[in-house]
Design a protein. Structure first.
Length: 561
């Protein structure tokens, strides 16, 4: 629990738990205010549970839920009334504390100067400079004289796509005014989680502070995007701040929809249920692999699209390899339950993978979609499709590795930038938005028909950088993305089938066959995955070094016939 004191009678905090409430009371707070609607995240403690714990601890509790980006004057007045009617000191909380601190700032902005408010919130660790125009308006400054801060290129998302694109832009134009909007304080190397789940990496090797990975010369704006106004070339944050741009790059990632599988959120991380798709759960995968000596181990894959389509079976291969090496594989039944109809989407790599399926005596269940998990009973329920017929099948398990269903983010779905399925709608070659000429997209949140992998982002980022700068200069895009994606399929500890392919399943190998034949398991490919790719990620992509990723210049510039 992290409490940040803003004023003598008011503090803000990120999401709290029931276990935190007694300590809050012992610290002298008299009232708790919840500013977060229920259901925003899987790991969020419902307000009702916090309220019950607060009453037991002798605290008042107020529920003033605020949706991200919806901080209207009416909402501010409601919060102000809550402050006036509560015993102090008061602790308000939301997802990160930003909404609560923003509400306090705006509620006090009619009586305190923007300087005083920004000083108080800044010392508490909340940068609310983006809402200064609104505070000044409430304090009495002419709103027509206020304009949001504007950037040459504004990037939404501080994941691999956003950071790599910023680095590629500044490599080409160091004087460009570039900013990244990102709410998280940590950046994760997600491709490493497969190896965490196999005991090869420690999870600490896959995380760094966001401030450490942002390229020099890029402004980091901490905050969550609430919406877009492409007609005004502005982005709105959940704290009410607005930022302008000449060119916008959207790479927010996607959402792991754990809740789409009934019972899954409640049992993750216990009862033998795990997933390498979460930073905190990958170590539990390895614990289960070590503990499992007999029984049934099930590995699942949901309907496409998902990030790194090979990751669900990577977990299976590495687990089976451990059991084979420790002599217990003969006592373990392995099942791979895939909602799709093929083992891997590019047929050229299937023969090598099938050799390992047979080596580990794993059973393949195609058109098996996980819909329910009863962790305590250790039963997984699948919807099985056979032509036009759908039936449900229950399977007992001792270990269950789940790849969750995946979808576009809510603030993207609600925007003008989305396609019918909820993904950022871009041209698959130029990565330019199909309707807004000064907006680009890349990464997992876009609708390009490529593999959603970090390797794809490594190729997409330079293309977006070149094309964004061309549009900034009033020209047309000049670079194209060929759909490249790579999936290092870890078929055993020490060997990898290095799948590299582009649009339509075209093979796009980076190395000659005599060095690495991607259709065969390779020790050199494992060395590449384990030793070479992490530094390429941290010190290459994020510093503008485009190893084997130079953009294809296939479009001619306007006026340069």
């Amino acid at each position: 629990m992290e409490i940040r004191q803003i004023a003598p009678s008011f503090a803000a905090a990120p999401q709290i738990t029931v276990a935190d409430v007694p300590a809050i009371a012992e610290a002298g707070y008299k009232t708790l205010i919840c500013n977060r609607p229920d259901g925003e995240a899987d790991d969020q403690t419902p307000a009702g549970e916090i309220a019950a714990a607060a009453r037991e601890a002798g605290l008042e509790f107020r529920f003033v839920p605020i949706k991200p980006g919806v901080i209207s004057d009416e909402v501010i007045d409601t919060f102000d009334e809550a402050l006036k009617g509560c015993k102090g000191p008061i602790l308000a909380y939301c997802r990160t504390g930003t909404r609560s601190s923003t509400l306090w700032a705006l509620a006090r902005s009619k009586m305190l100067s923007p300087e005083a408010i920004l000083n108080a919130t800044g010392q508490a660790g909340y940068d609310l400079s983006g809402i200064r125009p609104r505070m000044e308006t409430r304090f009495g400054v002419d709103a027509h004289k206020i304009r949001p801060e504007k950037f040459d290129i504004l990037i939404v998302g501080g994941g691999a796509g956003g950071v790599a694109t910023a680095a590629s832009i500044l490599k080409r134009r160091p004087q460009a005014k570039v900013a990244i909007i990102e709410p998280r304080e940590e950046h994760y190397y997600q491709p490493g989680w497969t190896l965490v789940g196999a005991g090869v990496f420690n999870k600490t090797q896959t995380v760094r502070r966001m401030s450490e990975v942002i390229p020099d010369g890029v402004q980091l704006i901490r905050g969550a995007v609430a919406g877009f106004d492409p007609d005004r070339n502005e982005v709105a944050l959940e704290n009410g701040a607005r930022y302008g741009y000449d060119v916008l790059v959207v790479c927010p990632g996607l959402r792991l929809a754990w809740e789409a599988v009934e019972g899954l959120p409640a049992t993750l991380g216990k009862n033998g249920v795990t997933s390498n798709y979460r930073f905190d759960l990958a170590p539990y995968t390895y614990e289960l692999v070590q503990q499992t000596r007999k029984g049934r181990a099930i590995f699942t894959q949901p309907p496409m699209p998902i990030k790194c389509a090979g990751a669900p079976q990577k977990a299976m291969y590495l687990s089976a390899d451990y059991w084979l090496r420790t002599g217990v594989l003969k006592d373990i039944d392995i099942e791979f339950c895939n909602a799709g109809g093929v083992l891997f989407g590019v047929p050229d790599y299937v023969p090598a993978l099938m050799e390992y399926v047979q080596k580990y005596d794993a059973r393949l269940g195609f058109f098996h979609n996980l819909i329910k998990v009863d962790g305590e009973a250790k039963v997984a329920t699948f919807e099985v499709t056979d032509g036009d017929t759908k039936t449900t099948v229950e399977k007992e398990f001792d270990m269950l590795h789940v790849c969750p269903p995946q979808t576009g983010l809510d603030f993207i779905k609600a925007s003008q930038l989305t396609d019918a399925a909820g993904w950022v709608d871009v041209d698959q070659a130029t990565l330019r938005h199909t309707r807004y000429g000064n907006i680009f997209g890349l990464g997992d949140g876009c609708n390009t028909p490529n593999a959603k992998t970090a390797a794809a982002v490594r190729k997409q980022a330079p293309v977006v950088a070149v094309n964004a700068l061309a549009v900034l200069d009033g020209k047309d895009p000049v670079a194209a993305y060929d759909g490249y994606g790579s999936c290092p399929l870890t078929v055993e500890r020490g060997k990898i089938v290095l799948a590299e392919f582009g649009y339509g399943g075209a093979l796009l190998p980076s190395f000659p066959d005599w060095l690495i034949d991607g259709k065969k398991p390779s020790r050199l490919a494992w060395f590449l995955k384990e030793r070479m790719l992490p530094p390429v990620y941290w010190s290459g992509m994020f510093r503008g070094h485009e190893y084997l990723a130079q953009p294809q210049m296939t479009f001619r510039k306007v006026g340069n016939e």
